[in-house]
Design a protein around this ligand. Structure first.
Ligand code: ATP
Length: 326
């Protein structure tokens, strides 16, 4: 099967620094991949390379099997047949919602444009909004209009840059579900750039973790969360307690949410002094100081408020993460 998007050993250098460094991955037809990484790691540049907005210093990029970017030749964004969805919605302010959605549909008859636009506006819950202008819409409505526009030309690939980060948490959940539904219904693949692990865990078929320009690991959300390749990857998915492992000379990583105040004899256990407990909804976030002075945290699920003072914490062996020294 031809991949919707392929990067082959792609690098992009600015001012002598490899902002994107020897990146290779494929997004299969209809697949949603999230590119997850800390600020400045090269996510947006990777997306801009896929869009034809930046030129690779090395490597090749293919869209649906067609070579579209080399260091010498880059097909422009409008020739790529892809949809775009950005954080700041980027609707044309002087065009109505209807005109925004039909903007790229000049090759269709006006009847076809109308059918497509009204179907999409209906799908995103904006059927009464066709004649409104962007500045009269709420942030959530603007983002739904931008989603309808991104899908209008039936792209095989939609590129999204932090598409939900300007929305409040409830709207963000709705937009994630809606975006995924529209991608699936239209058989479109998606590349979503985000620094928010929740976006990636909820939406991605596969997550690619990027750091300092390189892709460190690409795998399903479940596999990457449970078996992170290194501490950088593990730390993208929330807080991590770390200690040296005398046996291997490497490091042990434990997620606060994997710790409990009771367990089995075969569990890994650690003793520490609880000195602060905060209620996080039904759970308890405990600040702990281990005997050797390390600062750890435990998120204890439900039950009574844990007591300050000496406590023993248990971690199922399967939840322990072992890393070589970085
Ligand atoms: P964020 O999540 O903060 O948006 P990012 O992972 O998307 O970060 P990029 O926007 O790809 O990161 O930028 C990576 C690095 O490349 C940054 O240090 C940035 O300043 C630099 N950079 C990006 N574009 C250019 C450019 N056109 N010229 C010079 N440097 C650039």
């Amino acid at each position: 099967m031809t991949s919707a998007l392929s990067f082959r050993n792609v690098s992009c250098r600015f001012d002598g620094a490899d902002v994107v460094d020897d990146v290779s991955f494929d997004i299969e037809a209809g697949e949603v991949v999230c590119l997850l990484g800390p600020s400045g790691c090269g996510k947006t540049t990777s997306l801009r390379l896929a869009a034809g907005m930046d030129v690779p210093s090395e490597g090749e990029i293919f869209l649906n099997g067609k070579l579209v970017s080399t260091p010498k030749d880059v097909a422009p964004p409008e020739a790529r047949g892809i949809g775009f969805l950005f954080q700041d919605f980027a609707l044309f302010p002087h065009l109505s919602v209807y005109e925004n959605v039909t903007f790229g549909l000049g090759h269709l008859s006006s009847d076809e444009q109308k059918t497509r636009a009204l179907d999409l506006l209906n799908a995103v819950g904006l059927s009464g909004f066709a004649n409104k202008y962007p500045n009269t819409l709420s942030g959530g409505e603007q983002q739904r209009a931008a989603l309808a526009r991104a899908m209008a030309s039936k792209p095989k690939l939609v590129l999204m840059d932090e598409p939900f980060s300007n929305l409040d948490p409830q709207l963000r959940d709705q937009m994630r579900d809606l975006t995924l539904r529209l991608l699936r219904e239209n058989g479109a693949a998606g590349l979503i750039v985000t620094h928010d692990a929740a976006d990636a865990l909820r939406m991605a078929d596969r997550i690619a973790v990027q750091n300092k320009g390189r892709i460190l690991q690409i795998d399903t959300p479940e596999a990457i969360y449970q078996n992170p390749f290194d501490l950088h990857v593990a730390a993208m998915f929330g807080p991590l307690n770390i200690m040296a492992d005398a046996q291997s000379g490497g490091q042990i990583g434990v997620r606060p949410s994997d710790m409990a105040l009771s367990g089995k004899a075969k569990d890994f256990s650690v003793e520490g002094e609880v000195h602060n407990v905060r209620a996080i909804g039904p759970d308890w976030l405990c600040d702990i100081t281990l005997a050797d002075g390390l600062a750890w945290q435990a998120l204890i699920r439900g039950g009574a408020r844990p007591q300050n003072g000496a406590n023993k914490f248990f971690v199922p062996r399967a939840r322990l993460m072992l890393f070589k020294t970085q």
